[in-house]
Design a protein around this ligand. Structure first.
Ligand code: MRU
Length: 369
């Protein structure tokens, strides 16, 4: 997508530097900084400390991390240690393990002399596939938005609510939850997006930055405001992303998603989840019982970062010095609260049958394993 008129992906390989370039998202929306990753330390730090974030993007970044490792040393020991180092960085989003397993399975049988080239080609393939998956999610989501718009006889905007940043910054391009928004806006459908701030890290500010850059009308709202807007008939549809969806359609996403789904159900607001197939964990069924939830540094809760009136970017404490904090980064929305899953192959019920019908190849592969 575009930043000040220039098209960007959220990461790109620099052939000359033989390194990965990323947008360091810790500074957005206050500053646009590009960072070069050219060591394994750089890669693990960038994922763990959220210079890059969002399930699909950390998967793609990890694939480039494997490529870098293979360029330094294509031995089996390095292949395995790079896998472990990267896999440990963040536990919840399944795209990370999905990308790493894909890399290792592809590279392990190859002769050492071929591994560096093959690893880089595979990382490019994973990145390009992500872009195409998200473009297709957008086309299917666009039809849902179009149906809502068709019922509005007064030409008023379709009002969407989203949580966290499931935008192009969280993927390689387009975003998942935002792809239908971009495509609906480009198709001339009037929209207004309620953007949850998404404490503690305020990824809603990233979403606002993206939507603003694309000219989409939106309002940044507190995390607690969504239920109120739904009660007053001001939300036509919720679309969120997901970090891991189980084979029965339970959705793990940024903390607070579950409460939005509860409010949506109580107010008959359709609650959709944009789901790229690499985010399906076919090996787990019950999301609440089986998905590991990342527990992050309490400083993310006790402090907030922003720009002061004088233009200085600063982190300030919002709690008393000694206050203990808890910081679970994700929660699970059970499938019964999800109206539908918007995938690259179409929209399905959030159920084992719905997912198996759209992805019979993947569902069958898991049953055999
Ligand atoms: O902790 P983050 O910022 O990596 O969490 C991101 C989310 O929860 C997104 O909603 C999810 O990864 C989907 S991104 C297309």
């Amino acid at each position: 997508m575009k930043v000040d008129g220039t098209a960007y992906r959220s990461l790109w390989w620099d052939d000359k530097a033989q390194a990965l370039q990323i947008i360091d998202q810790r500074w957005l929306p206050h500053d646009f900084r590009i960072e070069q990753l050219d060591s394994m330390d750089d890669f693990t730090r960038a994922i763990k400390d959220m210079h890059v974030r969002g399930a699909p993007l950390i998967g793609a970044t990890a694939a480039y991390g494997m490529a870098l490792a293979m360029r330094m040393d294509p031995a089996d020991a390095t292949l395995n240690s790079a896998f472990d180092l990267l896999n440990e960085t963040r536990p919840t989003a399944i795209n990370l393990r999905w990308a790493l397993e894909r890399c290792r399975n592809h590279l392990a049988p190859l002769p050492l002399a071929q591994r560096a080239t093959a690893a880089l080609l595979l990382a490019h393939e994973i990145a390009d596939e992500d872009v195409e998956i998200n473009r297709r999610i957008g086309l299917h989501g666009l039809e849902l938005i179009r149906e809502i718009a068709a019922k509005k006889t007064d030409g008023s905007p379709v009002r969407l609510l989203t949580h966290c940043n499931a935008g192009w910054l969280a993927t390689v391009d387009w975003g998942t939850a935002t792809s239908p928004m971009y495509q609906a806006h480009d198709a001339g459908i009037p929209l207004h997006v309620w953007v949850d701030e998404t404490r503690p890290r305020n990824q809603g500010a990233l979403t606002s930055w993206e939507l603003g850059s694309h000219g989409i009308s939106h309002s940044y709202i507190t995390d607690n405001a969504g239920g109120h807007f739904m009660q007053h008939g001001l939300v036509d549809m919720v679309i969120t992303g997901t970090d891991r969806t189980t084979r029965q359609g339970d959705v793990c996403n940024k903390i607070g998603t579950y409460l939005k789904a509860l409010a949506a159900q109580d107010n008959n607001v359709p609650f959709y989840v944009a789901l790229p197939s690499p985010t399906i964990d076919w090996s787990v069924c019950d999301g609440v019982a089986e998905i590991p939830i990342e527990d992050r540094d309490g400083r993310e809760v006790s402090h907030v970062m922003g720009t002061s009136e004088s233009g200085e970017i600063a982190s300030v404490r919002v709690t008393p010095q000694a206050t203990p904090v808890a910081n679970p980064a994700f929660d699970v929305t059970p499938n019964r609260l999800v109206t539908g899953l918007i995938t690259e192959r179409g929209v399905c019920d959030a159920s084992a049958a719905g997912l198996a019908e759209l992805f019979p190849d993947m569902a069958a592969a898991t049953t055999k394993a």
